[in-house]
Design a protein around this ligand. Structure first.
Ligand code: 26W
Length: 825
């Protein structure tokens, strides 16, 4: 029986109107009564807050409606657990999705306030590192759009990903402060607070019926307080909740200390508690292995599970139906400790037996893997887990015993294969492997592109795949076409609407109709004009931020993403150096003018990545200032890449660089955003590039380089890169120039080791893919010289992007993993 009867027909306030007049008077009212400012003295931030509050009210109307509908229908709910949500700005997204952009613009204009200025004032919520975090944000918007009752659960970091500044071409990290002006989108829910334990011991407790139950007695407790942000889907049909947890000390403990006169101790306690959610770990590969990180993971996992179980009990009064009504998706292994925590809740708190609890757990969880990089796979020292989470560690041992027992029963596993299956890594000091835990505790394990999912089966999880066949499946990533086309590229949206009608905004498969206009010169000219306008805008950004003047008539060749050796920004910049020397030595030739745009952050402790940023800036300084280049090549590094900057860069790109070492980029999602905005991709057969090639066809994409199989082969044979370098004079010259200090006269040895690595092992195949890459770039030049061809290709990229909508991805998760219905599905 439900604990509390729910009154589902209680009255609701009248819905807020969407007209300019209504919006105008309400913005004024919010400014006056919620912000407390007279319009004659109001500052831009005050107007921003008043506008957000006004827009938010319209979303709340639908929020209430959506949540009542879920209670009424008792449909299955989806919970997306992610340590990262890279949301970016919300105001334009929200206004656009509920269709009030123009009336709000008009309303503000009457106060002499420019909506565009306010949009740019909103802080960019960077609660994520890169692809995985941005995917979670796209998924939230798509789940609302396809009408799935879903909750995102994460951490309300006080400081998101660091702000990147440049100091003489080096990356400098500064703290990010997105909450400095408050956050008008969120609602603090003090009533939804949970105690989170750490440390202590496990005690057997005698039940009245004579049985023994184990009880965890933590040594320390924190409070997890919920902050809710409404996430509105397209056309405002559904609004879901993003619930982010904030850590606080538990009041009674503090009070005791305070009353005992230990004021300093109380304050220390308070800031120690809050430390758990103070900052996002700024690494997108190497796990830090720090205790605080594990505390973050358990903190948000435990809070989320307690919340899920409480809501389920409130609705159904019994946990036996949990997996019928709840689907929990683990975004990578960061929340994998949830599996042990749910088992603890079911068994120790709700008295369930092991077998049904384990069955229920597996039926409830799904796990998405986002990387094969060995250094990115999370493991935790057994000793640390035993100390911090003693009961969960016992459960992990018991799960492991069960799994190893099943493997022995099935038979045919060698000792080393058994060691591979085990949740405990016994090589060296013993560690718990979170990937194995997430796998065995889930009924579905998915990769994020077809190639990546195949590689999961063949490599990382080959033995688990044999023990538990059919669990691994593929869900190729997608991106929300609202943010990444409609909102960031209004010019293109208008043009497409004029050509094929506006219905594509509700059904992106209609974009395919553009295919038949791809060769129409008039349409091509219009497409080109839109692109050019976007390039003019980006050129202005480049001028404002860097003082570098670039021509909007040059090809904008763009690589923006986290800086990592496997993503091969180094390959790109070495090719730029080679091209630079060609331009100098053959001034008579008809070179295609290019602007090479780079942006991206390096993990603070990742030396080579930081050095690559410095190299790009060193090369830029030389190339951009060499009169012999006559402006034919410009190199630009835009600092502080984030969602908002991406929204400005991507619509202005002609060429999209997706050049990772094959087999290493799980999917990539930037590739899809560029495709939507009519850029042509130069790329390797890696991640989702493989499927882009299928969708758009080989005539509309430029593929080069070693395949994943070939990369593996070369690595297995420990083949040396020497011959590739010897065979390529262009490469050799470029490498010699860089390593001898041509671009770093102040420190000629700066790049010696970086380049030395290419001669030595070339793990990322930079040297061995160089010639193929350079040749592909010359093919690109030729295409650029045939504008009719170029724009027909560009248009076809936009035409065939619909499969990469995250609506498609989410619909597949819903049908094939979660078992929930979707709109239009
Ligand atoms: C702290 C350790 C850590 C943190 C984050 C290890 C690994 C990660 C992520 C898995 C890194 C990440 O963002 N992966 C990216 O996920 C995207 C969404 O699926 C893919 O498109 C990218 O290819 C993948 O690199």
């Amino acid at each position: 029986m439900p604990q509390k009867p729910l009154v589902l027909d209680a009255p609701v306030p009248e819905r807020r109107a969407l007209t300019t007049e209504a919006l105008q008077s309400e913005i004024l009212e919010k400014l006056t009564y919620s912000v407390g400012k007279d319009p004659i003295v109001a500052r831009p931030h005050d107007w921003l807050k008043a506008t957000i509050l006004t827009v938010r009210d319209r979303i709340i109307d639908q929020w209430m409606e959506s949540s009542r509908e879920t209670w009424r229908t008792s449909n299955k709910r989806v919970y997306y657990l992610s340590l990262e949500f890279l949301i970016g700005r919300l105001m334009r997204d929200a206004m656009s999705n509920i269709g009030v952009m123009e009336p709000v613009r008009a309303a503000l204009k009457n106060f002499n306030v420019d909506l565009g200025d306010l949009i740019n004032l909103e802080p960019d919520a960077a609660l994520g590192n890169g692809g995985l975090g941005r995917l979670a944000a796209c998924f939230m918007e798509s789940m609302a759009t396809v009408n799935i009752p879903a909750y995102g659960y994460g951490i309300r970091y006080v400081h998101g990903l660091f702000r990147q500044e440049m100091s003489e071409g080096w990356q400098v990290e500064l703290p990010e402060d997105w909450l400095a002006h408050g956050n008008p989108w969120e609602f603090e829910r003090r009533e939804s607070s949970y105690e989170i334990g750490f440390g202590g011991h496990v005690e057997p407790v005698q039940e009245p019926d004579g049985t023994t139950r184990l009880e965890w007695r933590p040594a320390e407790h924190l409070l997890a307080v919920a902050f809710d942000t409404p996430i509105v889907g397209w056309r405002g049909k559904r609004v879901n909740t993003l619930r982010l947890w904030s850590a606080q000390p538990i009041d009674p403990i503090l009070l005791d200390k305070f009353n005992a006169g230990d004021h300093i101790g109380a304050l220390e306690e308070s800031s120690r508690a809050a430390a758990v959610t103070r900052v996002l770990y700024p690494a997108d590969s190497t796990p830090s292995g720090q205790e605080l990180r594990l505390r973050q993971e358990f903190f948000f996992s435990s809070a989320s599970l307690q919340d899920i179980v409480r809501r389920h009990m409130q609705a159904y009064g019994d946990l036996g139906s949990l997996s019928d009504k709840v689907a929990i998706q683990l975004n990578d292994t960061h929340p994998a400790i949830s599996i042990a925590e749910l088992m603890r809740i079911l068994i120790d708190i709700h008295g369930m037996a092991w077998a049904p609890a384990w069955k229920l757990t597996k039926a409830t969880f799904g796990y998405t893997n986002h990387t094969l990089l060995p250094e990115a796979l999370e493991t935790w020292p057994v000793g640390l887990l035993e100390r911090m989470l003693p009961r969960q560690m016992q459960i992990i041992y018991a799960i492991n015993a069960e799994v190893l027992g099943e493997a022995r029963k099935m038979g045919g596993f060698t000792d080393s294969q058994i060691a591979n299956l085990s949740l405990i890594d016994e090589h060296g000091s013993r560690r718990v492997r979170m990937g194995q835990l997430a796998f065995v505790g889930s009924h579905s394990i998915n990769g994020v592109s077809a190639l990546h999912s195949e590689l999961l089966k063949k490599t990382l999880f080959s033995d688990l795949d044999r023990l538990y066949p059919e669990r691994i499946n593929n869900k190729t990533n997608g991106v929300t076409p609202r943010r990444w086309l409609l909102q960031c590229n209004p010019g293109l949206t208008r043009l497409i609407s004029e050509r094929i009608g506006p219905d594509f905004q509700d059904d992106f498969s209609l974009l395919a109709q553009l295919d038949k206009h791809a060769d129409d010169p008039t349409f091509q000219d219009q497409f080109k004009a839109v692109k050019r306008a976007n390039k003019v805008a980006l050129a202005q950004v480049i001028k404002d931020r860097l003082g570098i003047v670039v021509s909007p008539d040059a090809m904008f060749d763009v690589q923006v993403k986290r800086i990592h050796e496997y993503k091969r920004q180094l390959l790109n910049v070495i090719e730029a150096v080679a091209q630079y020397s060609m331009i100098r030595s053959h001034p008579e030739k008809d070179w295609v003018p290019r602007v090479k745009v780079f942006a991206g952050k390096a993990a603070p402790g990742y030396w080579n990545a930081k050095l690559i940023i410095k190299l790009i800036n060193d090369v830029a300084k030389v190339v951009n200032n060499d009169p012999a280049v006559r402006g034919l090549l410009k190199v630009v590094f835009l600092p502080n890449y984030n969602v908002s900057l991406a929204e400005q860069i991507i619509p202005a790109a002609d060429l999209s660089e997706q050049i990772s070492t094959a087999g290493m980029e799980a999917s990539g999602t930037g590739n899809m955003k560029f495709m939507a905005n009519g850029a042509i991709t130069i790329g390797t057969l890696d991640g989702a590039n493989v499927e882009m090639l299928e969708q758009v066809g080989p005539d509309n994409m430029v593929i080069f380089g070693l395949t994943a199989d070939k990369v593996a082969e070369k690595r297995n044979r420990s083949e040396v890169p020497r011959s590739a370098i010897d065979a390529s004079p262009a490469l050799r010259q470029a490498l010699e120039a860089i390593s001898s200090g041509v671009f770093s006269p102040d420190d000629p040895n700066r790049y010696r080791d970086l380049i030395g690595g290419l001669y030595d092992h070339d793990w990322f195949m930079v040297a061995r893919d160089f010639d193929a890459y350079a040749a592909a770039q010359r093919d690109i030049d030729e295409l650029w010289n045939k504008p009719r061809k170029w724009y027909s290709m560009a248009i076809r990229n936009t035409a065939h992007v619909s499969w990469f909508s995250s609506d498609r991805t989410i619909s597949q998760y819903a049908k094939e993993i979660w078992g929930v219905p979707v709109v239009g599905g």
